[in-house]
Design a protein around this ligand. Structure first.
Ligand SMILES: *[C@@H]1O[C@H](CO)[C@@H](O)[C@H](O)[C@H]1NC(C)=O
Ligand SMILES: *[C@@H]1O[C@H](CO)[C@@H](O)[C@H](O)[C@H]1NC(C)=O
Ligand SMILES: *[C@@H]1O[C@H](CO)[C@@H](O)[C@H](O)[C@H]1NC(C)=O
Ligand SMILES: *[C@@H]1O[C@H](CO)[C@@H](O)[C@H](O)[C@H]1NC(C)=O
Ligand SMILES: *[C@@H]1O[C@H](CO)[C@@H](O)[C@H](O)[C@H]1NC(C)=O
Ligand SMILES: *[C@@H]1O[C@H](CO)[C@@H](O)[C@H](O)[C@H]1NC(C)=O
Ligand SMILES: *[C@@H]1O[C@H](CO)[C@@H](O)[C@H](O)[C@H]1NC(C)=O
Ligand SMILES: *[C@@H]1O[C@H](CO)[C@@H](O)[C@H](O)[C@H]1NC(C)=O
Ligand SMILES: *[C@@H]1O[C@H](CO)[C@@H](O)[C@H](O)[C@H]1NC(C)=O
Ligand SMILES: *[C@@H]1O[C@H](CO)[C@@H](O)[C@H](O)[C@H]1NC(C)=O
Ligand SMILES: *[C@@H]1O[C@H](CO)[C@@H](O)[C@H](O)[C@H]1NC(C)=O
Length: 865
């Protein structure tokens, strides 16, 4: 930006003769502009300090932000630098009526106008720009201008610099007009539209702007694929940003003709295919290349090594596979290399240490093997070393702790070992540390207490013992995972005095005791996982203050309701809905929960009605407790089980805690069809489960449960439920597993269950059901007699018992589709890999043989395509 302004200004600013002053009418226009600006902003808390010098007694050419030229003995205003003049104290944008512009349109000599970064809201005036025919530089970026982009701008035919970025315009990019701006060198249209704007087509006239050096179209909604032809015209391009434009298809090969390109950003789109091998031969000036968050595949071409000027190379979140090309070692200027979240295999290039300017080396979440090359210790400028979640082996080079600048050290999720001797006097001050599964033994290493800026700590899946150290509880770390160790003791209240604590997982250790009563002080807590310990007692009342909590897992502990009077306990009447569990009464006030797991505790009493307040709840597991009473009919109102939503966008939009989770994938462990499964945090939006099994619930199953259309699993087995099966279950169209076994249910199985096209597991055994098992669709495939056993007279082809009234076995329409069982994969776009893998594992290890569903939905999708 500064560079281009220079083209224009040296000429203007060379001399300012003191005997001359700016023309009176221009001064008046500017004073008028100031007055209306102040008038319009007076109601807000904003200040306009930079306009203080604008007073009527001085020469306007001397005012702050005003530049004049001297021409034939008279001066005229040439440039107005009014960027960031509003210092808004409150964050509210300033709403300015477009009329305040009018005075500026009298200054017809204006060549340079910069009003960027002023939070101005409102429409651009329809008339006026037509007056400023001399404009060369116009910057209106970083405001909230709305309305449509004015055709008047296309009359400014001397314009070289146009920045409309980060505004809230509406409508489409104008088809005609850009072709008029033949002198444009810099065009920034990044994020010009308000959210939810309609997609635009790329105006073909853009490709007539042959002097263009800078083009930013990022963060807009550009329809369809990029044009094959066009970019080849923009031969002078140096900077091209097409990030987040929702484009797909392959990248136009003409991009590889742009031999002056230094900056190329195609990130966050859906580009596919392999990168052209020879393509990089032309782009030898590239300094910044970002292809991240696309669907590129194939090998990373060896020719990448020809981009010897590269300083940042970002290929993360694609489908690249194969080896990291050793030609990457040619990129001597490289400072940031991110290849994470691909499927790269084999070893890290052994001489990676030759890239001596690297500050950020991120290779996480690939399939890299071998050892960490010791040459890595030559990278003296290293700030981020992230090799986590690969298949690396061996000892972590102990010299790392002497790299002073290191801030992020993520090595977890490999088969590495950490030599504690290395860190007796660490020189680094880390903000992120992951030594997950690095064979740590003994107490939590003491040297961590010297890491004063630590914000992310993952020491899970090691063999750590001893107590949770007090120093750690006081360190104010945002993300702490110590799961899967052998730590013991009760929790320190200091831990919860932190307003930074966002994520705490102490799963699968030996912690015990009651939860500290100040737990509610941790007001930013998003995820609390204390499952698999020996915690006991009631839930502290203060927990209801944690407004931000979305995941609470207290399963497999000894928590109990506050029913101290054991005589009450003994005489608990299983039909009594009045003895609600105080524990659950508290839980249901944590109103933003998405996931609640209280499985396998000692909770007594009935499920309170207030559960229906938990309107985001998608996963609820209350199984294996001592709950009594009815299933509250209000469960049918649980909105999160009717329609799921995306927890990550909820967090981003509503909670000020985005920092630690970032792109990290957290696995949420659920019980899926009788075995533990991990669902990736990023894929929760397609998953809803309700498990109330192994309690003493009684009464009839409320028909209202039929409205929970998003449910994939419903388990109410091993209770004392009686009455008929609700016909409304036929509406649970996403249901894959339904377990009603071990109750006292009677009547027949409703025919409506045949509507459940996703159903793969149905267990109704050990009830008092009678009559014919429904036929049709999935019901045909669920023919394991075990799941119908011990009832009072079921019949049907599934159990090879013919029904008396229909002796001739009706021949079901043959089920042709023989696709594999874990066809879930096909259900949703972008389905969690971890889920299909884990479901796949289940397929091998589960103790019953799963049935094969014909996957109707996948077929439908194919047909549509
Ligand atoms: C100041 O604003 C008020 C209304 O908000 C308007 O009536 C008045 O004309 C404005 N004065 C100037 C100088 O713009
Ligand atoms: C007007 O501004 C000039 C500086 O540009 C300053 O020296 C002068 O004192 C100001 N006059 C008044 C009346 O504020
Ligand atoms: C354009 O400039 C002329 C002459 O300075 C002025 O009379 C007219 O009002 C200006 N137009 C607008 C829309 O301000
Ligand atoms: C532009 O924003 C203003 C203030 O928010 C609003 O009054 C006006 O209707 C908007 N114009 C359009 C076209 O949306
Ligand atoms: C292009 O410029 C010409 C002449 O200045 C003008 O008549 C025409 O309306 C402009 N086109 C657009 C789309 O503004
Ligand atoms: C390339 O530029 C020429 C001349 O400016 C123009 O005629 C042609 O249509 C442009 N190509 C594309 C694809 O826009
Ligand atoms: C390199 O650029 C030239 C034109 O500038 C083009 O003809 C050639 O095909 C380009 N090479 C590749 C591999 O794209
Ligand atoms: C890449 O560089 C090598 C030399 O390092 C050279 O032989 C080769 O031709 C270059 N490739 C392209 C496509 O320019
Ligand atoms: C490494 O960085 C330094 C300082 O930023 C720079 O002077 C030097 O040229 C760089 N080395 C290479 C090989 O680019
Ligand atoms: C750690 O240091 C101790 C004593 O300095 C030594 O005996 C031991 O072998 C070292 N362990 C490793 C793994 O280097
Ligand atoms: C249990 O409930 C009783 C009465 O409601 C109350 O006095 C007592 O403090 C509660 N105990 C705990 C640990 O919450």
């Amino acid at each position: 930006m500064a560079k281009l302004s220079l083209l224009l200004l040296p000429v203007l600013l060379t001399f300012v003769s003191t005997s001359l002053s700016c023309p009176e009418h221009q001064k008046q226009a500017l004073l008028h502009f100031k007055a209306s600006f102040i008038n319009a902003t007076s109601s807000t808390k904003s200040t306009l300090n930079r306009l203080d010098s604008w007073n009527s007694s001085s020469d306007c050419c001397h005012w702050d932000g005003v530049s004049c030229s001297s021409h034939f003995g008279s001066k005229t205003v040439l440039a107005l630098y009014l960027d960031h003049i509003i210092t808004s104290n409150s964050q509210e944008p300033v709403w300015l009526p477009s009329t305040i512009w009018t005075p500026l349109f009298h200054i017809r000599s204006l060549m340079h106008l910069d009003l960027s970064g002023n939070e101005i809201r409102g429409e651009l005036p329809r008339d006026g720009f037509g007056n400023l025919t001399k404009l060369v530089h116009l910057d209106l970026g970083l405001n909230h201008f709305n309305g449509s982009i004015l055709s008047q701008l296309f009359h400014l035919r001397y314009l070289q610099y146009l920045d409309l970025s980060s505004n809230s315009f509406q409508g489409e990019l104008p088809r005609d007009g850009f072709g008029n701006l033949t002198k444009l060198v810099h065009l920034d249209l990044g994020s010009i539209y308000s959210n939810g704007s309609f997609p635009s087509q790329l105006p073909s006239q853009l490709f007539h702007l042959r002097y263009l050096q800078y083009l930013d179209l990022s963060r807009n909604f550009i329809e369809g694929e990029l044009p094959r032809d066009g970019f080849g015209n923009l031969t002078k391009l140096v900077h091209l940003d097409l990030g987040s434009i929702y484009s797909n298809g392959s990248i136009p090969s003409q991009l590889f003709h742009l031999r002056y390109l230094q900056y190329l950003d195609l990130s966050y789109n859906s580009f596919q295919g392999e990168l052209p091998r020879d393509g990089f031969g032309n782009l030898t000036k590239l300094v910044h290349l970002d292809l991240s968050h696309n669907s590129f595949s194939g090998n990373i071409p060896n020719e990448i090594g020809n981009e010897t000027e590269l300083q940042t190379l970002s290929l993360q979140h694609n489908n690249f596979f194969g080896k990291i090309p050793s030609s990457i070692l040619n990129l001597k200027r490289l400072e940031e290399l991110d290849l994470s979240y691909n499927s790269l295999s084999m070893e890290i290039p052994i001489d990676i240490g030759n890239l001596s300017n690297i500050t950020s080396l991120v290779l996480s979440n690939n399939k890299l093997t071998g050892r960490i090359p010791s040459s890595i210790l030559k990278l003296k400028k290293l700030e981020r070393l992230q090799l986590d979640n690969n298949m690396l082996v061996g000892e972590i080079p102990s010299g790392l702790s002497y790299i002073k600048g290191l801030k992020s050290l993520l090595l977890g999720g490999n088969h590495l070992t950490w030599n504690n001797n290395a860190t007796i006097e660490p020189k680094f001050i880390l903000s992120e540390l992951s030594l997950k599964s690095c064979s740590l033994e003994g107490e939590i290493p003491n040297w961590i207490s010297t890491q004063k800026t630590l914000n992310f700590l993952d020491l899970s899946e090691n063999q750590l013992e001893g107590m949770f150290p007090q120093w750690l509880a006081k360190m104010d770390v945002g993300f702490i995972s110590l799961s899967g160790n052998s730590l013991a003791g009760s929790l320190s209240p200091f831990l919860f005095n932190s307003h930074n604590l966002v994520f705490l997982s102490l799963s699968r250790n030996n912690f015990y005791g009651e939860l500290p009563s100040n737990i509610g002080n941790a007001s930013s807590l998003l995820v609390l996982m204390l499952d698999g310990n020996n915690f006991s007692g009631n839930l502290p009342e203060s927990i209801t203050n944690i407004y931000s909590l979305v995941l609470l897992d207290l399963s497999n502990n000894n928590f109990s309701s506050n029913l101290t009077d054991m005589t009450t306990l003994e005489h608990l009447n299983i039909h009594d809905n009045k003895i609600t569990s105080e524990f659950l009464d508290r839980v249901c006030q944590i109103s933003n929960l998405y996931i609640l797991n209280l499985r396998n505790n000692s909770l007594y009493g009935s499920i309170p009605n207030c559960f229906s307040n938990l309107f985001r709840l998608q996963i609820l597991d209350l199984s294996s407790n001592h709950l009594i009473g009815d299933i509250p009919p209000k469960f049918g109102n649980l909105a999160g089980m009717i329609e799921t939503s995306d927890v990550t966008s909820y967090i981003e939009d509503n909670l000020n805690v985005s920092f630690v989770l970032g792109n990290r994938i957290i696995d949420v462990i659920v019980i899926w069809k009788r075995s533990k499964q991990g669902i990736s945090w990023n894929n929760l939006y397609i998953c809803s489960l309700l498990d109330l099994s192994m309690n003493q619930l009684s009464g009839e199953i409320p028909a209202s449960l039929g409205s929970l259309k998003a449910l994939k699993l419903l388990n109410v087995s091993h209770n004392n439920l009686y009455g008929k099966l609700p016909v409304s279950f036929g509406d649970l169209k996403n249901l894959e597993s339904l377990d009603l076994s071990h109750n006292n249910l009677s009547g027949s199985i409703p025919q409506s269950l045949a509507n459940l096209q996703q159903l793969t597991t149905l267990d109704v055994s050990n009830n008092k059901l009678t009559g014919k098992i429904p036929m049709g669709n999935q019901m045909q495939t669920m023919d394991d007699p075990k799941f119908y056993a011990n009832n009072s007279g079921l019949c049907g082809m599934q159990i090879r018992v013919s029904c008396s009234e229909a002796l001739s076995p009706t021949k079901p329409p043959g089920v042709k589709n023989k696709e594999t069982w874990f066809s879930w994969e096909g259900v949703g776009i972008g389905y969690a890999v971890s889920f299909s893998v884990t479901v796949g594992i289940l397929y091998l290890t589960d103790n019953f043989v799963p049935t094969k569903p014909p996957n109707y939905r996948r077929q439908q999708r194919r047909q549509r395509v």
